[in-house]
Design a protein around this ligand. Structure first.
Ligand code: FAD
Ligand code: MLT
Ligand code: ZN
Length: 538
């Protein structure tokens, strides 16, 4: 058994009963820094997908429209300059690119209301945009839709340290809001690799899952209230701070995961948990992070089964990735992430505990790790000893999306599958692309990682460029595979443009029909994020 002496505490030390105290500090977030930098390399979506036709009932932006926008917003909040428009028109993956001639940066809900009411009356299409870190082409225009960005809507409105409920503007950056809460001994229940850029409104609109869903649950549970502006300008004020409220339909739920198709979310209230390492808590709180190398996916499952049994209530994350993902992170050293295990393993698992009693958590983790080592469930591993090591271990996991994007193009599939079958899809896809002769110059690698604890696999196929031959080899095969295993074609990234026409693999015709009726009721002119989410009605 190998271990990296000196940097982290190796698991063999834990197995010999030498387990010591781990650091209690919280890890620092990894910033989502990759941004499109040149116009040349990103083709227009409408050129790449000629089957999507611009809706003729939607008006083109005129000089009068821009003049109206300038009457509502200050001049610097109406962007029409080609260079400045670029970052709003291109997505994080450089896969989707629109041609919006104008980006609007409102600061208040009233401004959003005036803008949307005007756009609706003029039949001008609108794409709500937060941090533009979405991975399904939902946050950028397809043609010339107007982008309304929440960049300037970034105020915390209130915080109550008894209930832990925070009320904020939709444009608060997740990491910044989490920092605000951290200073008060609380934390956001949501965490993800894009925290340095994504907005809370974007998280809600996408119903993001993330790294601690396993412990802190879905935004459908933690979001207590939403303020949204409907296409006709109506402000729907549902900024509830109540945990319980059984009066009528729970309308806020409609906006969670609606991906900008029903209205623009301007405010959010969230029920936030205590931060496990908050110094204000009297008893000694704790955060532990361990990373292990595992020889097979069966053993990854055994590790998870044991973690649920032995770490139970303190387990806060259980993430896995394969050797292909680890190889890419090593090769690209994104965020200076360094593999602390000396040998490459077929699989890696990162486990985190959050608790309120360090002695108790350490004892639990120690017994758990000893059990894994003694029973040869894991081959090797390390436990972080301080904040820097916690950060470094998380960085290995959080760097994977960026490392995957380095090949030139990345095809991302985000699926829910029953856990025992989770990795089979990666193996099947690898064999398929090999047998089709696509691996090599075009397809570079097939990678599997994800939120094992939630049955959520991220299947990534890296390629030198986005190419129809690759798309056709993957789709609809991947969707059929998932549907035949009773899975979902989107666990957390949503539908966007990418999966608008594939919703039927995961939802019945009756359900899609009801969704379209809701859309018709709320947005009869279809101005909100057109071409996305589900097939356009004839
Ligand atoms: P955007 O990308 O701007 O928009 C996303 C969608 O929401 C679009 O359809 C947009 O129109 C709509 N929207 C945005 N703001 C509003 C608003 N105020 N009102 C109405 N609609 C709006 N996702 C996960 O679930 N889990 C992860 O672990 C995860 N990790 C990621 C890691 C990286 C490195 C990256 C790049 C992305 C990751 N994502 C993850 C994907 C992405 O969903 C999240 O980053 C985030 O939720 C998107 O927020 P955003 O503010 O960037 O939204
Ligand atoms: C993740 O879990 O890292 C995110 O969902 C992003 C991705 O899938 O690449
Ligand atoms: Zn994810």
């Amino acid at each position: 058994m190998l271990y990296s002496a000196g940097r982290h505490r190796a698991l063999n030390a834990a197995a010999r009963g030498l387990w010591g105290r781990t650091g209690t500090a919280y890890f620092q977030p990894v910033r989502c820094t990759v941004r499109p930098s040149s116009t040349a390399s990103v083709a227009y979506t409408s050129d790449k997908y000629p089957s999507i036709q611009r809706r003729t009932d939607l008006k083109k932006v005129s000089a009068e429209d821009v003049a109206f926008f300038r009457s509502v917003l200050p001049p610097t909040s109406v962007i029409t300059n080609e260079d400045d428009l670029f970052t709003y028109n291109v997505d994080w993956m450089r896969k989707y690119r629109g041609r919006s001639p104008v980006v609007l940066l409102p600061k208040t809900t009233d401004q959003v209301s005036k803008l949307l009411a005007y756009c609706n009356q003029q039949r001008l299409a609108v794409v709500p945009q937060g941090g533009n870190t979405g991975l399904v082409g939902g946050g950028v225009p397809v043609f010339d839709e107007i982008v309304i960005s929440t960049n300037l809507m970034n105020q915390v409105r209130s915080f109550d340290d008894v209930s832990g409920v925070v009320a904020c503007d939709a444009g608060c950056i997740l990491e910044v809001l989490d920092g605000y809460l951290g200073e008060r001994g609380f934390m956001m229940p949501l965490d993800l690799g894009a925290k340095g850029s994504c907005h809370v409104g974007g998280n809600v609109a996408a119903n993001a899952g993330g790294l601690r869903f396993l412990r802190y649950g879905s935004l459908h549970g933690t979001v207590l209230g939403v303020e949204a502006v409907l296409p006709d300008g109506t402000i729907l004020d549902n900024m509830s701070t109540l945990r319980k409220d059984n009066t009528g339909y729970d309308l806020k739920q409609l906006f969670i995961g609606s991906e900008g198709t029903l209205g623009l979310v301007t405010g959010v209230t969230v029920s936030t948990p205590r931060r496990p390492n908050a110094s204000s808590i009297a008893i000694q709180p704790s955060v532990n992070v361990a990373m292990v190398g595992v020889e097979s996916f069966e053993k990854v499952q055994a590790t998870f089964r044991n973690a649920k049994g032995m770490l139970s209530e303190v387990l806060s994350a259980f993430e896995f990735w394969d050797s292909h993902a680890a190889g890419l992170v090593r090769a690209h050293a994104v965020n200076k992430a360094q593999d602390p295990l000396s040998a490459p393993y077929p699989f890696y698992v990162l486990m985190e505990t959050h608790g309120s009693n360090k002695e108790h958590d350490d004892a639990k983790l120690n017994a758990f790790l000893e059990h894994l080592m003694e029973n040869e469930v894991v081959a090797d591993g390390v436990v972080a000893q301080d904040e820097a090591q916690i950060k470094s271990l998380w960085s290995m996991r959080e760097s994977i999306p960026e490392a995957c994007s380095k090949a030139g193009a990345v095809y991302k599939y985000d699926v829910s599958i029953p856990v025992p079958k989770l990795y089979e899809l990666v193996e099947d896809m690898r064999s398929r692309l090999e047998s089709m002769g696509l691996m090599g110059d075009l397809v570079k690698d097939v990678i599997g990682y994800g939120h094992m604890g939630d049955g959520n696999l991220h299947l990534n196929i890296t390629a030198s460029t986005y190419d129809k031959r690759v798309t056709d080899a993957i789709e609809p095969y991947v969707y059929e595979w998932v549907a035949s295993h009773n899975g979902s074609i989107s666990a957390e990234h949503g539908l966007g443009l990418m999966k608008a026409h594939h919703i039927g693999y995961s939802k019945s015709a009756a359900m899609v029909n009801l969704m379209q009726q809701i859309k018709q009721l709320v947005d009869p002119n279809g101005i909100m994020n057109p071409y996305k989410y589900f097939p356009e009605r004839a």
